[in-house]
Design a protein around this ligand. Structure first.
Ligand code: UTP
Length: 295
């Protein structure tokens, strides 16, 4: 087995119905938090974790995303000519070099597991790979994926990004059945997809960061449709829990925003706006005014 993780799969073929009508013509992943699309945050986090090859599992109507990562020579030339070096470097940092990025299409939205299986030609039989859902924007230093990759180096295994959630949130997530815990690493007996609070084995929810062995890919390719008629990634991960490598939750140290939901997206917009020195004072003043007038 290779001793590095250099490939990441970004499943972005979902319909994004929670953001209709915007997502009628704009892929959800291109909606911006301040001035950077969701997908840019995901790619930056992956790069920081050592990822060198990026595979997007895309779909009809999402070609704007492929354009987004392309070099834009005429715009670069213009900014350079006008001496707008800051903007030029922002623009260039958003490029992914030709050959480092690839796209496959998921013909039908048959679920996350199916989307990951669409990446089967991209992942070799002797390497672990990362899966990143750009809807989950995670702010941390080091980033969430970096933290998980570091844990993987200490003990190679399947890892899922994990966070504790409130009881009313449990039924929205895959939940870990915990066998044992050591620091941030949680050994899982398995995963339960969207359980009721009463049936949930813990409150450790799985979010959109994964480091997976090639066995998971083999299983996905063979998996029959599970919960809700979709092919579930959870089923394939679950089946690996009993393998010698096993499955671990990694309780990352970072702030996660569920940007697949409207409220999560708005919270992230506020927080990332407040992080910008040039916006912070004006935004704070504005929020104080709103809060005062709501008293
Ligand atoms: P979601 O469950 O958020 O679905 O997918 P969605 O279609 O993107 O959004 P809503 O619920 O309709 O608003 C989680 C992740 O899995 C990908 C999505 O693109 C998203 O990154 N996905 C989901 C696929 O790539 N293919 C699928 O068939 C389903």
């Amino acid at each position: 087995m290779k001793n590095r993780i250099t490939k990441a799969v970004f499943p972005v073929a979902g319909l994004g119905t929670r953001f209709l009508p915007a997502t009628k013509s704009i892929p959800k992943e291109l909606l911006p938090l301040v001035d950077r699309p969701l997908v840019q945050y995901a790619v930056d986090e992956a790069r920081e974790a050592g990822i060198e090859s990026f595979l997007f599992v895309s779909a009809r109507g999402k070609t704007a995303m492929a354009d987004y990562f392309d070099k834009h020579p005429s715009l670069e030339h213009r900014l350079s000519k006008d001496g707008k070096d800051d903007l030029l470097s922002k623009l260039q940092n958003s490029n992914i070099a030709s050959g480092d990025i690839a796209y496959v299409r998921q013909g039908e939205p048959l679920g996350l597991g199916h989307a990951v299986a669409c990446a089967r030609q991209f992942v070799d039989h002797d390497e672990y790979f990362a899966v990143i859902l750009p809807d989950d924007v995670i702010k941390g230093k080091p980033g969430c994926l970096r933290q998980m990759v570091d844990a993987w180096h200490e003990r190679p295994a399947n890892y899922v990004g994990t966070m504790q959630v409130e009881p009313d949130q449990i039924s929205s997530y895959g939940i870990l059945d915990v066998a044992s815990e050591a620091g941030r690493r949680i050994k899982a007996r398995g995963l339960v997809e969207k359980p009721s609070v009463d049936e949930a084995p813990s409150n450790n929810a799985v979010i959109g960061r994964y480091l997976l062995s090639p066995n998971i890919m083999h299983r996905l390719v063979k998996t029959v449709p599970g919960f809700g008629g979709e092919i579930q990634l959870t089923d394939a991960i679950n089946a690996e829990a009993a393998s010698p490598e096993g499955v671990y939750g990694y309780r990352f140290d970072a702030q996660r925003y569920d940007c697949g939901s409207m409220a999560g997206f708005l919270k992230a917009t506020i927080d990332f706006g407040l992080d910008r020195p040039e916006l912070r004072d004006e935004l704070m003043d504005y929020m104080r005014t709103i809060l005062d007038s709501a008293k």
